[in-house]
Design a protein around this ligand. Structure first.
Ligand code: SF4
Length: 363
């Protein structure tokens, strides 16, 4: 039977996390239990985590998770063999650890990549005197799968923005012969990463991915569908400027450049830092950080085109403005008169039609 006690995480707390991870993936309750059991009984997969051109924000994001303590889970669910930010070793010792891990876990290890890879100016990013590009090739050779964590390793990120000094590439631009999962975001939600690991561990296969290799359970819907400001969008209430009344009242941020309608991610549901916040909830428009063609490619203030607009293009005002002028009855009479003339003309035409079509009903 199931008796989990992982790194100070109680069975109850871990089971709760596994069940919520399963529901996040659209799996039944029983899968959550299976995932918790897999984490306890299966051999922890060895993980080698490499950093290239990045800011370490993705690792920081994972370290900030607290319910349950994801750091404990990471160290108990997986066998973290190499991670430059977290490991105590450095220099020659760190290099030896890396090459020892390559040899010991050949064909077994999961390779996690944080940051994009310079392909022109190879001297720009070296680890242990080895160019990032060559190190990635070497590390991926015997990896069972590669997880690109964050938007830089998934799509190139900020190092790939003009003038592209290093001709930065994403993992999938370089590695063509391994299964790859992209977990984009700047930073990505740590639970999307952790849920992917749990899925791999439990079912020994990759979760379903979209055309950008993102797990569908986390990136299957646009943010706009579940945003708490959506009722304001649907009712035509928008913040027009930072700090204006609409902004202070929590109105929709579309006019400030929110990219939520075109951004596939679960931020509005999963949220960050275990305190229920995400950028839009604290007044900043979504910048589309999980989207290859939006992040750092569109200005923050740009209005994104809405392709699947459900509300109408224009809205009736929610409450009449106090300063609205009273309706001019003469103008109404004039308009009504014109409308009456038009209707009258229409009626005459309609009356005439049967005469013309007497001998041909289809006309
Ligand atoms: S446009 Fe942005 S702020 Fe407005 S409802 Fe959509 S996601 Fe939320």
């Amino acid at each position: 039977m199931f008796s989990l006690q992982l790194g100070g995480v109680s069975r109850r707390s871990f089971l709760k996390f596994s069940v919520s991870a399963a529901s996040l993936m659209g799996l039944p309750y029983a899968s959550g239990v299976k995932m918790a059991e897999a984490a306890e009984h299966k051999k922890r997969p060895p993980v080698i985590w490499l950093h290239f051109q990045e800011c370490t924000g993705c690792s920081e994001s994972i370290l900030r998770s607290t319910h349950p303590d994801v750091v404990s889970l990471l160290f108990e669910m997986i066998s973290l063999e190499y991670h430059e930010t977290l490991m105590p070793a450095s220099g020659i010792q760190a290099e030896e650890t890396l090459h020892h891990a390559f040899e010991k876990y050949k064909g077994e290890y999961l390779l996690v990549i944080e940051g994009s890879i310079p392909s022109d100016n190879e001297g720009f990013c070296k680890i242990g005197c080895k160019e990032a590009y060559k190190l990635l090739k070497e590390a991926s050779k015997y990896a069972s799968a590669v997880i690109a964590i964050g938007s830089c390793s998934s799509f190139g990120g900020i190092p790939a923005v003009m003038p592209e000094l290093t001709n930065a590439k994403s993992v999938e631009n370089i590695i063509k012969d391994k299964p790859i999962v992209n977990i984009p975001g700047c930073p990505p939600n740590p639970y999307n990463f952790l849920s992917t690991i749990l899925y791999l561990l439990s079912f020994e296969k990759l979760p379903k991915l979209d055309d950008k290799k993102r797990p569908l359970f986390a990136y299957g819907r646009v943010i706009h569908e579940h945003c708490e400001r959506r009722p304001h969008f649907d009712s035509g209430r928008f913040a027009e400027e930072y700090g204006d009344k609409g902004h202070r009242l929590g109105y929709c941020l579309y006019k400030l450049g929110c990219k939520g309608p075109a951004t596939f991610a679960n931020c509005s549901v999963q949220r960050f830092n275990d305190v229920g916040v995400w950028p839009v909830s604290i007044g900043h428009p979504c910048i589309g950080c999980t989207e290859k063609d939006i992040l750092f490619k569109r200005d923050i203030a740009d209005h994104i085109r809405i392709h699947n607009q459900t509300p109408p293009n224009f809205y009736p005002s929610v409450a009449p403005k106090k300063k609205d002028k009273p309706v001019d009855l003469r103008a109404v009479a004039a308009v009504s008169g014109l409308a009456g003339v038009a209707l009258g003309a229409g009626a005459v035409m309609i009356k005439k039609l049967p005469d013309e079509g007497d001998d041909n009903d289809e006309k």
